[in-house]
Ligand binder design. Structure first.
Ligand code: ADP
Length: 360
């Protein structure tokens, strides 16, 4: 029985520390030693004070010795990995008379939870900020109209169109936010079948032709007639639309956008390349984060929400694939969707995005 108990303790992810009335450490499990490995004191210290000088840990154990239970004590970890723990301390009573013996503390690792909470708060504050900008413009122009501009034939229509543009912007933003959270929550089903890539790319190009023409950008579909990829047709179309639209927006006047395909050992590669200014290398690894934009003002001016690439990323993950980017300043950027190859197997599942990916 004692052996079983020892084995259980040593396998526990939570750190367990037992102290006696004199604050001597009388038992600890391997997780506890890893928690305190960065502590000032030696990991095999005899006393709690040698193990850590953290006053909140000390105070919680002291309460435990006085018969008080403590929960929710937040302990910031040591070292570079900065782990965060939720410490719970309970008094330990022993023997027939249930005399106070000491206290037992359990450290729950809440690093990941804290990180997610941080991401959530940042997202909320970004959303509020993004919504506030068009709303402020709407309110300002409504006030101007109310204060008399409504009778000013030179400006009243112009003001109305600014109001409409900003309201439309809020609408797009809310649609994108809802779309992104549905994909992330796994509420979007991805029905992967073998679909004709050339036809899908052609549809996307037809839809975006007006935008491309306005900037004299040429759209070229270089996907072979026979190419089939394993994807959800509608979702693939959505990914390509976002990428081609960006390739038009961030292109130079008179530039090109090419959609092409290549089969790689690892999967099907779908590329969207443009001849724009390119993206400075320091931005590349953050590009797929929500609301991340190289040039905020330029993105806004072109009606962007900063969510397009985050949506593409999550859709690619929902296909068990991924999205990557490479770019050369002054020459252009190339976005590549990699999809897994599946021959003849049809699959239908809900979009489950892994935890790591969710955090952006
Ligand atoms: P946006 O709504 O701003 O287009 P996205 O998430 O689609 O948002 O893109 C994020 C940012 O990535 C853009 O604001 C832009 O700075 C950069 N970006 C995306 N695609 C390209 C591209 N083809 N060329 C240059 N920069 C790009």
């Amino acid at each position: 029985m004692a052996e079983l108990f020892a084995a259980t303790m040593s396998q526990m992810r939570e750190a367990v520390l037992v102290i006696d009335q004199e604050m001597r450490v009388v038992a600890s499990n391997p997780s506890a030693r890893s928690v305190f490995i960065y502590a000032e004191g030696a990991p095999d210290a005899q006393r709690l004070t040698e193990l850590t000088r953290n006053p909140s840990i000390y105070a919680a154990f002291l309460d435990g010795l006085q018969g008080k239970e403590r929960a929710g004590v937040k302990v910031e970890g040591y070292g570079q990995d900065r782990r965060v723990f939720d410490l719970r301390v309970v008094p330990l009573r022993f023997g027939e008379r249930r005399e106070a013996y000491g206290a037992i503390g359990i450290f729950f690792d809440i690093t990941q939870l804290e990180r997610l909470e941080g991401v959530r708060q940042e997202f909320l504050s970004n959303v509020s900020h993004e919504l506030r900008t068009p709303l402020t413009a709407i309110l300002a122009f409504v006030e101007t109209l109310e204060e008399g501009a409504v009778d000013d034939p030179l400006n009243n229509r112009r003001f109305l169109s600014i109001i409409r543009k900003n309201a439309a912007r809020m609408h797009t933003l809310i649609d994108d936010i809802l779309e992104l959270s549905a994909i992330e929550a796994g509420n979007v089903s991805v029905n992967q079948t073998r679909v004709p890539l050339r036809a899908i790319a052609a549809d996307v190009m037809t839809d975006l032709k007006t935008k491309a023409d306005a900037r004299h950008v040429t759209l070229r579909n270089e996907v072979g007639e026979q190419v089939r990829v394993f994807a959800d047709e509608r979702r693939l179309e959505q990914m390509l639309t976002n990428l081609v639209e960006n390739a038009i927006k961030f292109n130079r006047e008179g530039g090109d956008v090419v959609v092409s395909y290549e089969r790689d050992k690892a999967g099907d590669l779908i590329r969207v390349a443009d001849t724009g200014d390119g993206i400075p290398p320091e931005h590349l690894n953050r590009l797929f984060e929500r609301f991340y934009r190289v040039d905020r003002a330029r993105s806004r001016e072109m009606g962007g929400t900063g969510l397009g690439l985050a949506i593409v990323k999550h859709l690619a993950l929902a296909h068990n694939g991924e999205i990557t980017v490479s770019s050369k300043l002054g020459e252009g950027s190339k976005f590549t969707i990699k999809l897994p190859i599946q021959n003849g197997v049809e699959s239908s599942r809900s979009a489950k995005v892994d935890k790591e990916a969710r955090q952006n």
